[in-house]
Design a protein around this ligand. Structure first.
Ligand SMILES: Cc1cc2nc3c(=O)[nH]c(=O)nc-3n(C[C@H](O)[C@H](O)[C@H](O)COP(=O)(O)OP(=O)(O)OC[C@H]3O[C@@H](n4cnc5c(N)ncnc54)[C@H](O)[C@@H]3O)c2cc1C
Length: 398
């Protein structure tokens, strides 16, 4: 990496959370990248970033090989995390808990569960199909009478500390010479089909060779500054943490996806649950109201149906965060815009961006440095599909 000249940086990254800091990290680690990097981030506390408000789970149980490969790379990165991000021998503690994911299915859901299982196995995921009896044997606290089967992740699925992941990227990137600026991007200047300058809320202007959009739920507005379409909107997701005094005998509760759409998992010494809200619409990016009505009307009843012991629980705390919800297909948009080739997207991750941040950051650094992907080919996630209106197919959306 080289240093910047006055008010000019080779790469300006908009947003410094998981994706922004991952892109910064991978660029600064790449010996073939010889440019400067500036990350512009208005909130150095990251209080409202999706990254901080994430449930921070990692799974291999997707249906699309690209998503499976991204998560398998996340697993490798998690395993080598200390070596990858350490500064002076120190790194944040990721606290990975290998609890697995358990996708439950009724009779009508079995064909899709089996198809997904085949794809996952062919991509190297360690997963097993369970009969209701097998589910009962491992997780006797789950009500199985209405189930026809389940898919269980045997290794490498679980949860991490999201803040530590992002801090690891950020600390190492700074150590490598990346600069972070506390400011907000309010405009982009273009000459013909290229971004030439980034305008900041402070009134400053930064000249650049390229821009990477990592603005999370606000990404659409950054794309619009370059005249580019991006069907990404903030959608609220409420998280409920609860205490169940009665122990659940059997294996530790994995991240369980119920046929009702509810998901819940252990979060020792507590449990955590969430569900797509009844009214799933675009919200104001400053609206962080927890949808408590969903707990009463949908989440708790479904929890009690699946785990009768959850009749006797107490909610200990709650929070709400935003998905950067891609309305076309709920999947990431990654890579340059054909219409503005020095504008790069790393957006629209919906509910699985944290685990994709290592692989997508690496992919963007390869595109910027070599003009092509060198490791995982992420071209199926490109922006051209948005322009064509052709969804990327992923069946396992949470
Ligand atoms: C409740 C919840 C549960 C989730 N669970 C999981 C999970 O289990 N597993 C998983 O993989 N993913 C999960 N996700 C999704 C994951 O958290 C996100 O996909 C990921 O954190 C996105 O990171 P990001 O850096 O793109 O966005 P963010 O973390 O939102 O960061 C965007 C940054 O851009 C900055 N920014 C915005 N506008 C501007 C501007 N104009 N100028 C400069 N900077 C700007 C913001 O201040 C912010 O810091 C969950 C999300 C939520 C909300």
């Amino acid at each position: 990496m080289t240093g910047p000249s006055a008010r000019h940086y080779d790469t300006v990254i908009v947003g410094g959370a998981a994706l922004g800091s991952s892109v910064a990290y991978w660029l600064s680690e790449n010996p073939d990248y010889d440019g400067s990097v500036l990350v512009v981030e208005p909130d150095p506390t990251y209080e409202h970033a999706s990254t901080t408000l994430s449930e921070a789970s990692v799974r291999h149980q997707f249906s699309n090989p690209v998503n499976i490969a991204l998560s398998r790379f996340a697993t490798e990165f998690i395993a080598d995390f200390h070596e990858c991000v350490q500064v002076d021998g120190e790194s944040p503690d990721l606290g990975f808990r290998d609890t697995g994911y358990l996708f439950l299915a009724t009779e009508s859901g079995m064909p899709i569960l089996r198809q997904n299982h085949e794809v996952q196995r062919s991509c190297g995921a360690e997963v097993a199909l369970l009969t209701p009896d097998e589910i009962h044997a491992r997780f006797p606290y789950l009500h199985v009478d209405d189930l026809a089967g389940a898919s269980l992740g045997l290794r490498h699925e679980g949860n991490i500390d999201a803040y530590s992941l992002f801090q690891g990227f950020c600390r190492r990137a700074r150590h490598n010479g990346v600069e972070y600026l506390a400011d907000r991007v309010v405009g982009l200047r273009l000459a013909e089909d290229r971004v030439t300058d980034v305008e900041l809320a402070s009134g400053d202007t930064i000249a650049c060779n390229r821009v990477v959009n990592c603005a999370g739920p606000r990404a659409r507005w950054i794309a619009e500054m370059a005249g580019l379409p991006l069907p990404v909107e903030p959608r609220v997701r409420s998280v409920f943490v609860f205490d169940c005094r009665e122990p659940l005998d059997g294996d530790l509760l994995p991240l369980t996806i119920d046929p009702s759409g509810l998901h819940f998992r252990t979060d020792p010494p507590y449990f955590i649950a969430g569900m797509t809200p009844a009214e799933d619409v675009e919200v104001d990016p400053d609206d962080f109201r927890v949808r408590r009505e969903d707990w009463e009307e949908r989440i708790w009843p479904n929890l009690v149906h699946r785990v009768p012991q959850f009749e006797r629980i107490a909610v200990t705390h709650t929070w709400a965060g935003h998905y950067a919800y891609n309305t076309l297909d709920q999947n990431a948009v990654v890579g340059p815009a054909s219409a503005v080739p020095n504008f790069y997207f790393a957006n629209g991750f919906s509910g699985h961006g944290l685990q994709q941040s290592p692989g997508v950051g690496r992919g963007i650094s390869e595109l910027v440095t070599y003009g092509e992907y060198r490791t995982l080919d992420l071209s199926e996630l490109g922006h051209d599909r948005i322009v064509r209106g052709e969804p990327f197919l992923e069946r396992n959306i949470i």
